[in-house]
Design a protein around this ligand. Structure first.
Ligand code: SF4
Ligand code: SF4
Length: 56
């Protein structure tokens, strides 16, 4: 299962910079993860200041 970003995202961009496969892009009101590209490394969750990305 891919990681997903919740509505808590404050659009800081930190996760997109850390993603090794560039699966994260700026969406409408929050950043979004492309489920087919995500390799579930958890790097995005590790850098997010508001814990928005999760593997739920
Ligand atoms: Fe990118 Fe890893 Fe986050 Fe998936 S879990 S979006 S591969 S940083
Ligand atoms: Fe949103 Fe967290 Fe990514 Fe920043 S690091 S853009 S708050 S999901």
């Amino acid at each position: 299962m891919a990681y997903n970003i919740s509505d808590d995202c404050i659009m800081c961009g930190a996760c997109a910079a850390e993603c090794p496969v560039s699966a994260i892009s700026e969406g409408d009101g929050k950043y979004v993860i492309d489920a087919d590209t995500c390799v579930e490394c958890g790097a995005c969750a590790g850098v997010c200041p508001v814990s928005a990305p999760s593997a739920e």
